[in-house]
Design a protein around this ligand. Sequence first.
Ligand code: GLC
Length: 693
Amino acid sequence: MIKKYCFGESVNTGATVLKLDSSQEELSYFKVKKQDQDTKGYQFIYLMDEKTQVFGLGENVRGMNKRGFIYESHCSDDPNHDEGKRSLYGAHNFILIRGKQNLGVFIDFPGKVRFDLGYTDKDEIRIEVDGEDFDFYLICEHSISEIAKRFRNLIGKSYVAPKWALGYQQSRWSYKNEAEVEAVIKGYRENKLPLDAVYLDIDYMERYKDFTVNKKAFPDLKCFAKHLKEQGIRLVPIIDAGVKIEKGYDVYEEGVKEDYFCKDANGKDFIGAVWPGKVHFPDFLQEKTRRWFGDKYKVLMDMGIEGFWNDMNEPALFYSEEGLKEAFEALDQLRALENIGIDEYFEMQNIMGSIQNSEKDYGRMYHQYNGEMVCHNKVHNLYGYNMTKAASEAFDRIEPDKRILLFSRASYIGMHRYGGIWTGDNKSWWSHLKMNIQMMPGLNLCGFIYSGADLGGFGDHATEDLVMRWLEFGIFTPLMRNHAAIGTREQEAYRFKDLEGFRNILNLRYSLMPYLYSEYMKAILEDKMYFRPIGFDYEEDEMAWQVEDQLMVGESMMIAPIYTQNAKGRYVYLPSDMLMLRIRSMEDMDRKVMEKGHHYIEVGLNEVLCFIKPNHLVPTTNPSLCIDTLKEDKLNLWGYVTSEATYMLYQDDGYTKKYEDETHYTKIGIKKQEEKYELSLSRNTVKINMNIN
Ligand code: GLC
C-alpha cells in the first residue's frame, strides 16, 4: 500500500494534504514537527528498535545498512568520498526501513533533505526537509522486496541502455586525439582483450565548448567514428553543463538571445566558471531550454556518435564572478596585516577553500519557472536530472527507435527514466572498491539499474592487483567502465603484467552476457533489483541481514568480491547450500557444492568467486571481442539443480526499443531424473549445452 501526503502547495489528486493544526502530529509511524520560522521545514521522527536496519539513499558513502550516520540530499561535486561525507553527486531520497514494520519512505523534494539515521539520537530516524512544499510517500508492505518493487512501480521504468553499452568500456581524462584513441584500441585488440567503447573526455572539444570538436585532434570525427565502429568500438563523448562565454560561439550566442540561461538576482545571465573559464548555465528547468540544449546533441549524433555522458551537472561551480570578487577582497584585507597568526591563517584557508560550489553562489543563481524567478537552492537537486531529461527527450525526437547510451553524474530519483549514472570521482583505493560494492543495491532501490563506478579508481594511482580485483567485481555491474584522472598512472588492462588474467576476467563478462543481459532487462521490465543485499532473498535469515560485502546478482547468482589488498581469500556466508564457482577462465574453474553457513574460501588474484543458488540456472556463451559479434544461439548452461529449475532467458536485438515482446523470452527448464538432467525449452531458437552442478 502506498500513502501519499502532500505538504505545502502541491496540487495533487487522491493524496492526503497534511495541514498541521498543532506544532506536532502523527503521520502513521512518524511524529511530524514543524521546524522553526526561519527554516520553514518539517521534521519526521521514527523510533527504531535495536534490530532496525535502514537501506536505500542511493549514492552515498558507508555500508548497505545506512543506520548510524547522517546523510544530506544535495548533489555535490566533491571527489573526496571519505566516510565523513554526507552527500555525493546524486540526491536519492528513498529509504527502506526494516523494523517492527517494514516501511518505504520517499520524500519528493528538490531542495535539501537530511536523513539522520541514528546519528543525533541512536534510536531515532529524523528526516528534516528544508522547505514546505513536498510530497511524503509511505509504502507499507509485509516484505522488503515487495516495498522495493512498489517503489520502483511508483517512480516509473528505468532507462534501457543499448546492449553494446554492457560491454567493457575504456576511458581516461583524456585520450586527446585520434592517435591516442587508436593506441588504446590497439592495446586491447592486439592482446585479444574485449572492448566495446572508448570515451572522449573534455579535450576532444575546442576549448571545452560543448558540441564542438577540436579539429586538430579529430580532423574528421564522423569518418573516425565510422572506422572504429567497423571494429566494434563506439566513441562516447562527454557533455558538460556550463556553456563557455565566447563571442561567435553559436551555443552561447543562441542561449543569450533566446533567454535560455540561468539568471542572477538582477535578471542578467548568471556568470560562473568551470573548465572553459567563465560560463553560463542553461536553465534546464525551462522546457524551451531543455528542447534547445537537447537538440544540440544531434551535432554529434550526425557524426555517428551513439552515446554520451553528462558531467559537471550538480552543477559544479568553480567560482562565481561575485564570489571570486568577495574572496579577493577578503584576502586583500589579510594581506594588509603585518602578521598572519593562526586565526587569520585558518581564515585564509577557508576563503580559498569555500570559493568552489559555494551555497552562497548557488543562492545567487535563479531559474525562470511559470513566470517566476526561483532561487537555485530551492531546486538544486533537479539540475542534473533536467539536463539528462533534455538529452533523453531529444534522442526520442532525433532517433525514436534507437537506444542511445546516456548517463549522468548528478541525479535525482526520476532521472533513472532518462539515463543511468556513474558514481563520480572515486579514488584508486581498496576502500572505494568496497564502497562501489556497497553502493550498488542502494542505487538499484532508487531505480538506477544502468550504473557503475570508475573501475580501477579515478583519482590517485592504481596498482595491478587493485585494477584486477576491481574488474572482477566490475564484470557484474551493468556499466563496466575503467576510467582514470589526468596525471594518474595508466590503468588500461593491457598496461599490466598478467595479461592472461585480465583477458580471462574480461572474457568472463562477455561469456556471462546471456545471463547478465537477461537479468538487466528483467530488472527493468519487472521493476526488480539487479543487485540485492542477500537478506532480500533470505528474509527469515537474521545472519543474511548482517552481511555487508556479498551481493545477489540477478535471480540465480551471489557474488563475494575480494576488496582487500593482498587477500588470498575471504570469509563468505552462505544463506543456503550453493554451488561455488571459482573461475580462472571459462575452461578452468573449480565447482563445489557448499553447505549453508560460514566458510573461508581461498581466492587467487586471478580468480572470480561466485555462487549459484539451489535450483537456479545461469546461461553463458563463448566470449567475443565486442558485443556486436557475440553469438548467443548456442548456450552453455551452468546450474545447481537438486530437483528442478526454470530460467527465463531474455534476448532481443539490443539496439531498438522493442523491449516488451513475448518472443524475447525463452523458458529453460531442467528436471533432475535420478542422476540425469532433462532439458526443456519453450522455443527452439537456442541450443543448450548443459553443465549442471
Ligand atoms: C569530472 C568527471 C570526470 C572527468 C573530469 C574531466 O571530474 O567526474 O569523470 O574525467 O571531470 O572531464
